[in-house]
Design a protein around this ligand. Structure first.
Ligand code: NG6
Ligand code: CA
Length: 516
């Protein structure tokens, strides 16, 4: 939804306080203090990557503390098993398959969520909250793909989607441009080094990982990732310039945490919503030097430790500012895990007995459970039975309508049409499952979960990814049905024994596709 433009002053958010009360229910308008909300979205963090979800080869005390004081979900799902479509679903309450072009986005993709779309940030802006998107974005920027003026002000940005403030990475750390974007402009812009970006061809005289492997001083690719070199690491795509604006991978987590904390400090007494997306544990994994040697799992383990430290930095700041009791934190991941995702960081070898997807089958990209089953912890005011777990089936698609219910915003019926209000479940007032959860694999195959079943329709293609990561796709020429109560590991396809269930779930999925 197009919003009023916010001045780029030092404190752009405060102007929003108490504004835009239309759309607020009477209950919310009269409510005293509404909770701040921070949605922490990790990148590629698997169901089994946190110690509160059973990991033993890595310890994540700060995240575990959120689980100990909050509610830990054991059957929560992202809308997709890759980033862009997953985030599209979370922010819009619309399944990514409703719109073409929601696949993993290049760093010069135009903005994928149209400015007219009603977003999660619009919900909070309507409620008078100060809103921010900080960290990984990966949903495109500017109105036209490959035609952005990176050296000016982008003509479309999260500011057009309800975010008062943004400090974001355009795509991923492994994709150019390797600069942060703040309020539509390159942060720390270096006029002596204007940025040019292409996903088609290299710029004259610029080294690449393919031609200049001697310049890869920090990491080498294992597959792909052999184009422009920034900070001794080659990436996807070509870029030129950047100068002092170029990020140093080792500092990305700290920049994200510190911008989130500054935002919290600056909003004063205005309630706030932060969509806080870490770069951890996505490739290239290059955590800060202070983590070196701290994990037996090498760089991927260190990236998990760094993620946990981001959680600690933010929660410490909330305590210091006296906001801890009035801030709801939702911690989750955009999709399941992957070990080798294109850099030679020894993730497979050093993982040893660690199972990043827990006991589940598949991983990132996959239609199997580890692709979409993600950590999901809700901690803060209003959460019932803190320190317990909920086995309810929940989906990130419900963020928009559940959080709208939390802050008393009435979402128009024709917006966020795939999202349901699951607030009572998210807060642990009940353990009611969503009737179904739909997730999209990288190959666009849609799977449907109910409390009991998982249905994966037949899909062409091989059983294992062929272009790099060693992960089962979920493809099969036959329908797959798993009894998740007995076999969440998806070992025994019972489709032949339960033909009626297959028919019913298949029809159900078709209805979901049609939006009925
Ligand atoms: C893949 C990349 C992978 C990662 C992924 C997107 C190659 C060979 N692999 O295409 O490294 O960037 O896209 O990940 O290019 S996501 O978590 O942002 O969806
Ligand atoms: Ca991801």
């Amino acid at each position: 939804m197009k919003t009023i433009s916010v001045p780029l002053s030092a404190y752009p958010f405060i102007a929003m306080a108490g504004s835009a009360c239309c759309g607020l229910s009477a209950k919310a308008q009269s409510a005293g203090s509404r909770p701040n909300v921070i949605m922490i979205v990790a990148d590629d963090l698997g169901y089994g990557d946190l110690s509160c979800y059973g990991a033993t080869r890595v310890s994540t005390p700060s995240t575990d503390s959120l689980a100990a004081h909050g509610l830990r979900f054991t059957d929560a799902h992202a809308c997709a098993s890759t980033s862009t479509p997953s985030r599209f679903g979370l922010l819009t309450g619309l399944y990514p398959f409703r719109q073409s072009g929601t696949d993993v986005a290049a760093g010069n993709a135009g903005m994928i969520i149209h400015p007219d779309t009603y977003t999660l940030a619009d919900v909070f802006q309507t409620a008078g909250y100060a809103t921010a998107a900080i960290g990984k974005w990966h949903l495109g920027l500017g109105s036209r793909t490959a035609r952005q003026d990176w050296n000016g002000t982008l003509d479309q940005s999260p500011a057009d989607l309800g975010f008062d403030y943004h400090y974001i990475m355009a795509a991923t750390a492994d994709r150019v441009p390797c600069v942060f974007i703040e309020q539509g402009q390159i942060a720390n812009f270096d006029p002596s080094a204007p940025v040019e970006v292409s996903y088609q061809k290299n710029f004259d005289g610029e080294p690449t990982g393919r031609d200049n492997p001697e310049l890869l001083t920090k990491l080498r690719p294992s597959h792909g990732h052999d184009q422009s070199i920034v900070n001794g690491i080659s990436r996807i795509g070509y870029m030129k310039g950047g100068g002092k604006a170029l990020w140093r991978d080792e500092d990305i987590a700290d920049s994200i945490a510190s911008h989130a904390i500054s935002f919290i400090e600056q909003v004063g007494s205005t309630p706030f919503f932060i969509y806080l997306c870490t770069n951890d544990v996505h490739v290239p994994r290059m955590p800060h030097e202070r983590f070196h040697g701290k994990s037996p799992m090498g760089l991927r383990g260190e990236a998990i430790l760094q993620f946990d430290e981001t959680v600690r930095q933010v929660t410490d700041a909330l305590r210091r500012l006296g906001l801890a009791d009035n801030t709801l934190i939702i911690l989750t991941s955009d999709n399941g895990p992957v070990l080798d995702d294109g850099y030679d960081d020894r993730a497979i070898e050093l993982a040893a007995y660690h199972r990043p997807g827990g006991t589940f089958r598949g991983g990132k990209y996959s239609a199997y459970e580890a692709g979409s089953a993600v950590p999901f912890i809700v901690c803060g005011p209003g959460v019932k039975h803190p320190g317990t777990t909920s086995a309810a089936l929940v989906s990130q698609i419900d963020a928009l309508r559940s959080l709208a219910a939390l802050v008393g915003v009435e979402v128009p019926d024709d917006r966020a049409t795939d999202s349901h209000d699951a607030l009572s479940t998210w807060l642990g007032r009940n353990q009611k499952s969503r009737p179904y959860a739909v997730s999209m694999a990288a190959n666009h195959n849609l799977s449907l979960r109910t409390d009991r079943w998982k249905f994966i329709p037949p899909h062409a293609g091989g059983p294992v990814i062929t272009w790099g990561p060693v992960i089962e796709t979920g493809n099969s020429p036959q329908p797959q049905l798993y009894d998740m109560r007995r076999d969440r590991q998806e070992q025994t396809n019972v489709a032949k024994d339960y033909g009626r269930v297959v028919k019913q779930l298949s029809e159900w999925l078709e209805k979901v596709k049609r939006g009925e």
